[in-house]
Ligand binder design. Structure first.
Ligand code: MG
Length: 352
């Protein structure tokens, strides 16, 4: 098992290893986060596979467990589902001293995390990511939210978990596409912070050592989150590929996954930065790494359409857009592009 400490205002541990869910009660006690009761929030995909295992493990550790299952899928990451979780907590008379356990991918983590941030003005929660994507990205950092019809993650809260337990054995049941989605964020982390990891991602061999890969990515994410928990500065570098990526994702009506969209976004942002003299790093190795992991590298969407979607993005700040560019592989910096120049930037990112 690998163990990392996340030194936020209230530090917490990330445990990474195969089969960890079977000993949940033990990890809670070891983390100094014992609870009398825990509501396991999961979805219709993950619940049938692992919820009972976690409930039994909690009971064995003297923590009474309830299970609440929400419908699977981003389209259910809504205020309605959030309220349903809060009402279940209320119906079962949970208090602030009890615990929420988020068991699932990023959608479940975002919603259960948000519910625990607002129920009775805040209670503790534990993240148990069951997808590669949520393990390397969303489970660390404390961002929680639900979507509105007007846009993704429009209401939410910064709320750090008390513990993250990543059982890499759960990845075995993921469809290959979901592994690729995780690979996109790993390649992102590698490009901006770890040249050796980037080299490793140029084939699929990394899948043989998931514990090591997850732990390294959590360490990278930690390095950007610590000192910038509220996303005002260096944490924004984690948005590499996401400005155009979010636009591509929205344009596709979410038929492209987040990972696929970010893959396209990274290539386009790199190409544009190079062509406009903002970065000296060529995007060819990026294209190669993404292709090796079965990710797309281009889109049919026109620059004008992408601009329209990008302008809806909440990360837009006044008249400038903040973008991450590579100084070299494994090193990144933030640059600002005038809003008036952003169409030209997107145009420069197209082609091949
Ligand atoms: Mg992302």
């Amino acid at each position: 098992m690998k163990e990392l400490l996340i030194n936020t205002d209230e530090p917490y541990r990330v445990l990474v290893g195969r089969g960890l869910l079977r000993d949940m009660g033990q990890w809670l006690r070891a983390a100094g986060a014992p609870a009398a009761r825990a509501l396991i929030v999961t979805d219709t995909h993950v619940g049938p596979l692992y919820a009972q295992t976690v409930a039994d493990a909690l009971s064995a550790g003297d923590c009474a467990a309830d299970i609440f299952t929400v419908p699977a899928g981003e389209e259910y990451k809504t205020p309605e589902t959030l309220i349903s979780i809060c009402r279940e907590l209320a119906r079962l008379e949970y208090t602030r001293r009890d615990l929420v356990v988020a068991l699932g991918g990023g959608v479940v983590g975002d919603m259960a995390g948000f519910a625990s941030a607002v129920y009775q003005r805040g209670m503790r929660f534990v993240q148990c990511p069951t997808t590669l994507l949520s393990a390397v990205d969303a489970s660390v950092g404390g961002k929680t939210a639900v979507d509105l019809p007007e846009g993704k993650n429009m209401i939410g809260a910064f709320h750090q978990p008390s513990l993250v337990v990543c059982d890499t054995g759960t990845f075995a049941t993921l469809p290959p596409q979901r592994m690729s989605d995780g690979a996109a964020e790993i390649i992102k982390h590698a490009a901006i912070a770890d040249e050796a990891l980037f080299a490793q991602m140029r084939s699929e061999d990394w899948q043989r050592t998931p514990d090591d890969i997850v732990a390294r990515n959590v360490a990278i994410k930690r390095s950007f989150v610590i000192g910038d928990e509220r996303d005002q500065g260096k944490r924004q570098m984690l948005n590499f590929g996401h400005t155009i990526g979010h636009a591509v994702e929205a344009w596709s009506g979410y038929t492209l996954s987040h990972g696929q969209s970010v893959a396209i976004g990274m290539v386009m942002e790199m190409r544009a930065a190079r062509r406009l003299g903002l970065s000296g790093v060529h995007e060819a190795p990026m294209v190669e790494a993404l292709r090796a992991n079965h990710l797309p590298v281009s889109t049919e969407a026109t620059p004008e359409v992408l601009l329209r979607y990008a302008l809806h993005d909440k990360k837009r700040q006044q008249r400038q857009i903040s973008l991450t560019v590579l100084r070299e592989w494994g090193k990144a910096e933030l640059v600002s592009v005038e809003l008036d120049d952003f169409l030209r930037f997107i145009e420069a990112g197209g082609g091949a």
